[in-house]
Design a protein around this ligand. Sequence first.
Ligand SMILES: NC(=O)c1ccc[n+]([C@@H]2O[C@H](COP(=O)([O-])OP(=O)(O)OC[C@H]3O[C@@H](n4cnc5c(N)ncnc54)[C@H](OP(=O)(O)O)[C@@H]3O)[C@@H](O)[C@H]2O)c1
Length: 339
Amino acid sequence: MKAWVINNFGIDELSLEDRRVPAIGESEVLVKFHAASINFRDLMVVEGTYNPKMKLPAVPFSDGAGEVVEVGSSVTKWKAGDRVMPIFAQLWFDGDPNAEIRKSSLGAGSSWEGTLREFGAFNESGLVAIPSHLSYQEAATLPCAALTAWHSLVASGDVKPGETVVTLGTGGVSVFALQFAKAAGARVIATSSSEEKLERLRELGADETINYREREDWDKAILEITGGRGADHVIEVGGSGTLPRSINATRFGGHIAMIGALTGAASFNPTSVFMKAVRVQGIYVGHRRMFEEMARAIEVNQLRPVVDSTFGFGDVKAALHHMKDGKHFGKVAFDFDRN
Ligand SMILES: NC(=O)c1ccc[n+]([C@@H]2O[C@H](COP(=O)([O-])OP(=O)(O)OC[C@H]3O[C@@H](n4cnc5c(N)ncnc54)[C@H](OP(=O)(O)O)[C@@H]3O)[C@@H](O)[C@H]2O)c1
């Protein structure tokens, strides 16, 4: 089988190699991958900024979708032909994460190889069924970005109809958060650096949009829109560069899902966190039970992930450069059957 392998860091250093199709143990299933998708983390992994001490060689990417082609003798959960997605952290089924669980995340250089390969062997407990209305490419966007948004808003945020949710930018996590917030009956204030993307956010249901390049004090804009009260939830993907404004834009007792670090350093004064009694909750993707609940909600609501573009298996480098340029809206996916 073919697999993309990191031997040295850098997008253009990735190499396409021949590997043996993995043999399965009695409690494992063999998955033929038909699709994958990129997360910001994958870009960092490939470039060596996620963990410069990562063990190489490594097969990158956490997210994929495929078909069960063989099952071990004790497997009861799956049969050949089932359409599945591997869970992000293969040992996280419920409850809080821990160091061992974190090491079981796919595609970051541990013994848990990533999804950028034609076949993978997974324990039967490490997979979730694909919602029936989704293509493999759409399903491949769910394990990390969608689950992170779901965890932030639903599992941690307990979002209620009528509440106000702020999303930052138009990357994978933020666009899923917009979709889940609208499905939950919330009002969404979404930001982007591009007028064209703001228009697409409105088409997806965003109630208010703010260009954060033109309106650098976007936190004040959110306070104006909410009549001075502030938002109930902020989906914080920017990190230290956006957090002070996110806190300012949040209501007293509101919730900030602390997810990402897309921006560089900025000073951070924690005073407003306690003076406003804001709940800042660190989010690490999500466990299998959350994933199953999210997949059910996606199916019931017939939600479709926003796939910005789809590349062939051979076009991994072009796809990563596209992602790095930041021109995408939503998710960048791969169709392995294309070439
Ligand atoms: N904690 C977790 O479990 C977890 C899981 C998934 C992702 N993450 C993290 O969450 C972050 C987002 O991930 P992603 O996969 O959604 O990334 P992505 O798809 O690469 O998102 C990139 C987009 O973010 C927006 N952005 C960049 N700088 C911004 C700023 N200063 N203010 C507002 N928006 C800004 C831009 O949107 P516009 O072009 O519209 O301006 C850009 O297109 C990353 O840091 C990632 O590592 C964490």
